[in-house]
Design a protein around this ligand. Structure first.
Ligand code: ATP
Ligand code: ZN
Length: 285
């Protein structure tokens, strides 16, 4: 049977969002992750539940066809996979941090230091590009405590809010990578698996477009319509329907989540009333 083998993190910061995305794509599967593998009920995909660090290697070695992993892990572990789609969740950054009392004056301050990290490859590429030589001390976890126990003078670690760094007396001085979850595949993935991937991608695009947009309905006097239509181009153009009240229309369109508040202000200024904004579940462009 033709099945797309999709590697996802078994348990951790990527797991829930990865499986939620799959659910939003209308794919159902057994909810208990007790096993290494599970088959979806209504789509030809088989999940492999793995440690995130192993996902790039398993995709590269053909054990899985595609995987969902953070860019940080992807770039550290492999450079021969294609990023099929940025997924927009598990956003974080890989940063260099030094003790708060360190007199940091730019990357040259890192020269000759001992830097602890779980990302030796990404860090050494960064340092090389900056023309800085430093000692890289690879450790697999709790990197942020390395300076306080005298193991290193600086760290290179994953940061999201920065509170872990602060509570360990460190300050973030360089962002070397901005990361988010990505869908990856081997460049040579072909045949039925490539076709299933295309179907999955079609659904992911529909879910992402919907999450980034809102459906908007409003009433406006007919003389304001042109101005309002300019503000709400929608998918093709807005739907305009006459209201029972003479001289008024109802207008339906789609607005981008990012532009939302700015557009609403302008619509009100242009004479729109009774504005309703509704979430969209799927959106096929
Ligand atoms: P595993 O047991 O699978 O090896 P892990 O402990 O290495 O898990 P997690 O902490 O679950 O990994 O993080 C998985 C990925 O989530 C990271 O590689 C990174 O891409 C992203 N990530 C890490 N920290 C955060 C955070 N604070 N906020 C959002 N995303 C994060
Ligand atoms: Zn890991």
């Amino acid at each position: 049977m033709n099945t797309l083998k999709l590697a996802v993190q078994k348990s951790g910061r990527l797991s829930d969002s990865s499986l939620n995305l799959i659910k939003e794509c209308g794919i159902t599967f057994p909810t208990r992750i007790a096993k290494l593998k599970a088959q979806a009920f209504n789509f030809p995909v088989e999940f492999l539940y793995l440690r995130d660090d192993d996902i790039p290697g398993y995709v590269a070695d053909d054990v899985a066809d595609v995987g969902i992993v953070g860019k940080n892990v992807l770039f550290e572990k492999s450079d021969n996979l294609d990023i099929i789609k940025n997924l927009g969740f598990s956003k974080c950054r890989l940063s260099i941090a030094v003790p708060r009392d360190f007199n940091y004056q730019g990357v040259k301050s890192l020269q000759g230091l001992n830097i602890a990290t779980s990302y030796p490859r990404i860090l050494s590429e960064f340092l090389k590009k900056q023309g800085v030589t430093a000692e890289i001390h690879e450790i697999s976890g709790s990197v942020e405590i390395a300076p306080s126990i005298g193991l290193a003078e600086a760290v290179c670690d994953i940061v999201s809010t920065g509170s872990t760094l602060v509570s360990n007396g460190l300050s973030e001085v360089e962002v070397i990578l901005r990361s988010e979850a990505v869908l990856v595949a081997r460049p040579d993935l072909a045949g039925p698996q490539r076709e299933i991937l295309e179907q999955l991608l079609f659904r992911i695009n529909a879910v992402q477009a919907a999450n980034n947009s809102k459906y908007i309905l409003l009433n406006a006097p007919n003389e304001s319509l042109n101005k309002i239509i300019d503000l709400l181009p929608g998918m093709r153009s807005p739907t305009v329907l006459p209201l029972a009240q003479q001289g008024w229309s109802s207008l339906h369109s789609v607005v981008k989540e990012d532009d939302f508040w700015e557009v609403i202000e302008k619509l009100r200024a242009a004479g729109a009333e009774g504005i309703l904004v509704i979430p969209i579940e799927k959106m096929i462009l």
